[in-house]
Design a protein. Structure first.
Ligand SMILES: Nc1ncnc2c1ncn2[C@@H]1O[C@H](COP(=O)(O)OP(=O)(O)O)[C@@H](O)[C@H]1O
Ligand SMILES: [Mg+2]
Length: 543
């Protein structure tokens, strides 16, 4: 049951009980008052009749008494008017049919005096002279009697009807209708009931409205809010201006929701950051794992390659030397001399591959010097720029002057740049643009540890071309030794593997990004080194 009903129902009960009781008491007192008033006036009327008929009776003018009684009886509201003698016989009456009839002395009207064996001679008490009785017309009536005593003037009258010894001659009996009075009481009661009902409805309505406005509605809002919070919606503010307990409750509830919302935002923020952190670390881990796998692959292949290259190198040198010797002995334009020259060229090629293999497998620690990256880059570009391969290629430089000099083995780094430049050139057989970009950047590790104000601690070199690009399925293979997409005799598949090894030995990374058909971008990241590393080293370019 709602709070409103719980309050309004008992209130209505109390009001109805109170109203009912009040109405009952009012009606009762009104009824008593009317009865008292009616009794007095009926007694007065009986008395008046007795006095007005006295003379006519003394003078024995029976007709006059009849007339008088008839006239009084004809008045509105008069039920009956009669004069009875001592024997209980109706001597005069407004209703002629009653005359000479004897009334029953045991009746209520006579009972007051005739209770005892010997009837009372006088009846002074007013209440005993009046009586209420129901009429056969459906309403109440009130009757009163007035005793006619034997006065001296009666016993000495001319008629001499009554001896002196007789104390009581008869009674005047008057009955009046209580219909109108009762109707008034009923009307008052009806009015009181209607008023009571209307007031009860009005008061209950008003109290209900108050409860709804100041209790139910705010509580309903609070309830709705708690439901929304339970569903996880924390954007629930209760607008209230009232200063009462419920207003205070609503305000503290809104504050609590606000705090909860802030806490949730903070929590989801933390969760988000944690997620990002985990993602970053997972990526780093995957990269590191890939690097380890690649390094292992490289070193095992490197071992094998070194063994094979070493074994092949001496016989190959023998073939080359003897082929050259025999070729020298042959006449200038003979077929044999031309064939021998082919042998010499091909053996030379084999020697170059073997040299590269040895380079790749050699565990030579780089001889590092602090060097300006731009200078080494320019030297490498100068070596390829004029070759036929780069005829239709536009080389664009986007150098960052703030790039610090870095510790590197110049010849190894030049080899790396050359490999990347040649690959880019070979990827753009119909020409294109090659962009070389350098930047001083902040490494991920430092960005993490020192937040925003970290100073650049690495150098980034990007070589971007507009060539054929690398198919996605090859991206993971291009750093493997002997992986090549080029025709037999065109590529050895060692360029990137060697470059990767060199960069790794410099503590850096080599990455690739490519979209097939749009080109490729190789990014080298090298640590810039601390200022302490520079001690005892001179800059190669003399700047
Ligand atoms: N800039 C580039 N654009 C497109 N593909 C490239 C590029 N650089 C390297 N590649 C791919 O990587 C492979 C391996 O390169 P590399 O190790 O230098 O060997 P090689 O050049 O002898 O084939 C190449 O065959 C080529 O498929
Ligand atoms: Mg190559």
């Amino acid at each position: 049951m709602s709070l409103r009903l719980r309050l309004v129902i008992p209130l209505a009960c109390v009001l109805i009980a109170y109203g009912g009781f009040h109405t009952y008491l009012t009606a009762r007192s009104q009824r008593e008052e009317i009865l008292t008033e009616a009794t007095a006036s009926t007694l007065r009327l009986a008395n008046t009749i007795r006095r007005s008929t006295r003379h006519a009776m003394l003078e024995s003018r029976r007709e006059d008494v009849h007339k008088m009684i008839e006239e009084v009886g004809a008045q509105e509201g008069i039920e009956h008017v009669r004069i009875l003698n001592k024997q209980g016989v109706i001597v005069y009456s407004a209703d002629p049919s009653e005359i000479n009839q004897e009334v029953d002395r045991t009746e209520e009207a006579c009972n007051q005096c005739h209770k005892a064996e010997e009837p009372l001679e006088s009846l002074d008490e007013k209440s005993k002279r009046a009586r209420e009785f129901p009429t056969n017309r459906g309403y109440r009536a009130l009757a009163a009697i007035d005793v006619i005593y034997n006065e001296p003037s009666c016993s000495s009258a001319a008629c001499h009807v009554h001896p002196e010894s007789q104390n009581l001659l008869g009674v005047v009996d008057v009955g009046v209708s209580l219909e109108q009075a009762d109707e008034r009481v009923a009307q008052t009661t009806r009015n009181a009931v209607v008023f009571g009902c209307v007031s009860t409805v009005f008061i209950c309505g008003l109290v209900g409205l108050f409860i709804y406005r100041f209790v139910s509605r705010p509580v309903q809002r609070l309830l709705e809010c708690t439901r929304r919070i339970a569903r996880g919606d924390l954007n629930c503010a209760i607008q209230t201006t009232s200063d009462d307990e419920i207003g205070q409750l609503a305000r503290s509830f809104t504050n609590m929701t606000e705090d909860l919302r802030k806490a949730r935002v903070q929590l989801s923020d933390w969760a988000h950051r944690l997620e990002e952190e985990v993602e970053n670390k997972t990526r780093d881990l995957t990269l590191a794992q890939a690097q380890i796998v690649r390094s292992e692959k490289l070193s095992s292949i490197g071992l094998l390659a070194a063994g094979v290259a070493h074994e092949l190198n001496s016989p190959l040198m023998g073939i080359l030397t003897f082929a050259q010797l025999v070729a020298k002995r042959m006449p200038g334009d003979s077929q044999e001399k031309r064939d021998l020259e082919v042998i010499v060229t091909q053996t030379d090629r084999c020697a170059t591959i073997i040299r590269q293999l040895l380079d790749f497998s050699r565990e030579r620690p780089p001889e590092k010097k602090r060097q300006d990256v731009h200078v080494v880059l320019e030297q490498a570009v100068a070596l390829v720029e004029r070759q036929a391969l780069f005829l239709n290629i536009e080389i664009e430089r986007d150098f960052d002057p703030d790039v610090p000099p870095i510790l590197m083995d110049t010849s190894q780094m030049q080899q790396v740049f050359l490999n990347l430049l040649v690959n880019a050139g070979e990827a753009m057989p119909d020409g294109g643009r090659l962009t070389i970009r350098t930047r001083a950047t902040v490494s991920a590790a430092r960005a993490e540890s020192k937040a925003r104000q970290a100073a650049p601690d690495q150098v980034e070199i990007v070589l971007r071309d507009t060539g054929t690009g690398i198919p996605p399925e090859n991206i993971d293979k291009i750093f493997d030794p002997f992986f090549t997409s080029k025709d037999v005799g065109q590529g050895t598949g060692l360029g990137l593997a060697v470059s990767y090894g060199i960069i790794e030995q410099h503590g850096g990374t080599l990455d690739v990004e490519s979209t097939l058909g749009e080109g490729a971008a190789f990014t080298i990241k090298l640590p810039a080194g601390r200022s302490g590393d520079e001690s005892g080293m001179k800059r190669e370019d003399g700047k």
